[in-house]
Design a binder for this molecule. Structure first.
Ligand code: ADP
Length: 475
């Protein structure tokens, strides 16, 4: 089959979170299963762009509302990522350093989607599936079905994957003229409660909808930032397919970003060496258990309970614990964590910002990963932690529920720590449990590490599930 993935992010070109990881890996594994997978994304001013060579494959122009814009499509020459990578260049709109966060994001991503559909309509053949990801590409199934200019794309099957249903790309109806002219009788397909809602439009118009875990799919029917009724109504075409991880990029035995590589047989020694290296760098003591948090400092991740829980745990354990936080987001939370670091410089450290290399090093160095998320569609961090032998301590929600089994589970099947609420009480209690385990039952920790590292979260199974879904769509 020929599959065209369209996304705002794709690792290693541009990544702001899990979406980038997934779009950078899934097509590679689909190729390995014998299919032709392509990725189309905006041309940002990324390092990757300047460090690679490109062929110009298409140049044309079209309209965003009344504004004419030119666009170009370039393709990476060597296919080094294991799939065809296409970047769409729209001068002045997409060629920025950051992926998101500009006042004109609506115009940027609407123009991107129009350019992609315009380009697809010039192809001499039709791909089997157009697979769009999150709201930034959510208008594409609508345009392919109902815009007069793109009727030739109507028969192509579309799949929409929700990586995060909180952000929906809302835009006022005063911007409806941005879209190429469409059948007005179908405007209800764009609408949710009086605004154009690209995420809702994709759920309504795509042939199939997936989320990145089954538990998250179930949760969306009662917690979907206003779209609960829509998910209840459309449940027949929605399924959850758990994300995999790229086990080539995330492999402690070969990861070039680690100071020390290790495998299951030397996990204890290997992790200790990485821990010493990280603790020396951050001024912490490697003989104490190390808890880390990596991620966006936002409410979705329950980041506001981190500082108080860390402070309470440090006090309870009389300086016997270490914490490192890597993340950025809400400025007030960033300040709180930096203040905590000043208060407890020998127990707590933080790095405010985004640092891919440090993330790899911390997964390898840590004993425990904290993930108290309020909402977690799949969550990749806990799967990276498992692969690196780091015990995930997660809230019982979404993809976390589908991937972590509490240590207390019957028949010694457990390996992580689960708690129910995103509250200071629950998180400190979980830290209390973990510390007790570290100090009193180190042999259980070693067993759990080995068990976790043996779990197969590679993409092979999930990539095949997507292919089954495409085949179902084709019937
Ligand atoms: P989300 O997409 O909701 O942010 P996921 O768990 O799906 O969360 O994916 C997060 C990805 O982003 C992981 O690869 C994680 O390691 C990475 N990440 C998040 N914040 C940072 C950061 N500050 N520095 C480095 N990597 C980060």
């Amino acid at each position: 089959m020929e599959i065209v993935h369209i996304s705002a992010e794709c690792y290693p070109i541009a990544k702001a979170g899990g979406l980038g990881d997934v779009v950078g890996a899934l097509p590679k594994y689909q190729q390995q299963l014998g299919h032709l997978a392509k990725v189309v994304m905006p041309m940002y001013r990324s390092k990757y762009l300047y460090n690679h060579e490109w062929d110009l494959v298409h140049e044309s122009g079209t309209y965003l509302g009344n504004t004419w814009f030119r666009y170009a499509v370039i393709k990476e020459k060597t296919n080094e990522l294991g799939f065809d990578l296409f970047l769409v260049d729209i001068n002045g709109l997409l060629d920025r350093e950051k992926v998101y966060g500009y006042d004109d994001d609506t115009e940027r991503f609407t123009a991107f989607q129009i350019a992609v559909v315009h380009w697809l309509s010039t192809w001499k053949h039709r791909p089997d599936v157009v697979h769009v990801h999150d709201h930034h590409t959510g208008l594409i199934p609508f345009m392919m079905k109902y815009c007069y200019a793109y009727q030739t794309l109507r028969s192509i099957k579309t799949v929409f994957t929700i990586h995060n249903g909180q952000y929906q790309g809302w835009m006022g109806w005063n911007k409806s003229h941005y879209l190429p002219s469409f059948d007005n009788w179908k405007s209800g397909m764009l609408d949710w409660k009086g605004t154009i809602n690209p995420l809702a439009a994709a759920v309504k118009c795509a042939d199939h909808v997936t989320t990145v875990s089954q538990s998250y799919m179930d949760e969306l029917r009662y917690n979907a930032n206003g779209l609960e009724d829509l998910f209840e109504f459309e449940k027949g075409k929605c399924i959850g397919i758990l994300n995999g991880i790229d086990t080539e990029v995330w492999d402690p035995e070969t990861d070039p970003l680690l100071p020390y590589n290790y495998g299951i047989s030397d996990v204890h020694e290997g992790k200790m060496l990485n821990k010493k290296s990280a603790c020396t760098h951050f001024g912490l003591d490697a003989d104490k258990p190390l808890f880390i948090f990596i991620g966006r400092l936002v409410g979705e991740k329950a980041a506001e309970i981190l500082a108080p829980s860390i402070a309470a745990s440090i006090e309870e354990f009389q300086d016997e614990l270490n914490f490192i936080v890597l993340g950025s987001g809400d400025p007030q939370l960033e300040d709180e964590l930096q203040y905590l670091q000043q208060q407890f410089p020998n127990q707590m450290s933080c790095y405010i910002g985004y640092n891919e290399q440090l993330a790899h090093q911390l997964y390898a160095a840590a004993d425990f990963l904290l993930m108290p998320s309020r909402i977690e569609p799949c969550g990749l961090n806990q799967m990276y932690a498992l692969r690196y032998g780091t015990v995930p301590m997660v809230r019982n929600t979404g993809g976390l529920r589908d991937t972590v089994v509490d240590i207390s589970a019957p028949n010694f099947t457990g390996f992580g720590l689960l708690f129910d609420n995103p509250t200071v009480e629950d998180l400190t209690h979980a830290i209390h449990r973990a510390a007790g385990w570290y100090f009193e039952q180190p042999e259980i920790l070693l067993e759990a590490r080995k068990k976790m590292m043996e779990i197969d979260h590679s993409w092979t199974k999930s990539a095949a599930e997507y292919i089954d879904l495409y085949q179902l769509a084709a019937i």
